[in-house]
Design a protein. Structure first.
Length: 303
């Protein structure tokens, strides 16, 4: 008899397994955190473009402090709270720390000026709910900045595993976790009640000597598969070797190194405030677009 319930339909990820992966990765994360640090630097640069001070900030999904280190001395931050699902990660961070699930945030309404999240929210099942909680925790005109892995991340590995497992068993199991795409992400910000939402994409390409070096980095970052629908049995060795060969065959350069894609979705939005600019109502324009652009208007006969 199944112990599933209707809510399971929304539970893509096994959150306990996500926590376990992060716990296991924490002690040696410093040897594999190059991607986290690169994205943290880019996120901090985007924050630097905002000419505002944010006295109270939250680093949501802080890992072992990579994003927090990058924020030191920036944006007028006076109090920085670090929050992570994994207590093992937090123990290796510093300063104010809170162990909490991103799907059940413990912060009061209107208590934060800034929330940043670096490569953590793509493991959240209820992303709309998390964004809503963040918006409620922000003060009016507070800022949200997010970097999360997008849908084209690891597409090379996904293709190789798909073909290798199909040829070996005639079917496939989810071996690479699904990621959000840009259009969905932008819509989620609006659904959560944010104002002035902006979403865009970036691609980081990382070169690996072979598939197994990639696998070691993914484990080392705590970014391995946590999909609830996955097969519990590990992939057979010969199937994995075939996938590794396919990866090299399709994506290796002349020197035999494999280029792997990490797509980053960037989200920026503000908690609503009365002073923020708002779009004009439809039909309220005083000048026609064609006139403003100096374009010629067709005559009735189409000339």
């Amino acid at each position: 008899m199944s112990d599933s319930h209707p809510a399971d339909a929304m539970q893509v990820f096994d959150r306990q397994l996500v926590r376990l992966h992060r716990d296991r990765a924490a002690p040696m994360l410093g040897e594999h955190d190059f991607l986290i640090r690169e994205v943290a630097d880019r996120l901090a640069d985007r924050l630097g473009d905002v000419r505002r001070r944010f006295p109270t900030a939250l680093d949501l999904g802080c890992h072992t402090g990579q994003m927090s280190e990058t924020l030191t001395g920036r944006a007028g931050i006076e109090t920085l709270v670090r929050c992570d699902l994994s207590e093992s990660m937090l123990r290796r961070s510093a300063g104010l720390r809170v162990a909490a699930d991103e799907e059940a945030l413990p912060f009061g309404a209107g208590t934060l000026d800034l929330v940043v999240s670096c490569l953590g929210l793509h493991w959240v099942n209820d992303l709309p709910g998390t964004l809503l909680q963040v918006r409620e925790a922000l003060k009016p005109d507070g800022l949200l900045l997010v970097a999360m892995l997008g849908g084209d991340t690891l597409f090379e590995l996904r293709q190789a595993l798909f073909q290798a497992e199909t040829e070996a068993t005639g079917g496939v199991s989810p071996r690479v976790s699904p990621m959000v795409d840009l259009r969905d992400a932008a819509g989620l910000l609006q659904r959560a009640g944010f104002a002035l939402p902006v979403a865009d994409l970036d691609t980081i390409t990382v070169s690996y000597g072979d598939a197994f070096a990639l696998m070691r980095d993914l484990r080392g970052m705590g970014q391995t598969n946590a999909v609830r629908a996955r097969h519990r049995a590990p992939m057979r060795r010969e199937t994995m070797l075939h996938a590794a060969a396919l990866l090299s065959e399709r994506f290796a350069d002349d020197e035999g190194r494999i280029a792997i894609t990490f797509q980053v979705v960037w989200l920026m939005a503000w908690a609503p405030h009365a002073a923020q600019p708002k779009p004009l109502p439809r039909g309220s324009a005083k000048v026609r677009l064609a006139d403003a652009l100096g374009a010629e208007t067709p005559t009735d006969d189409g000339s």
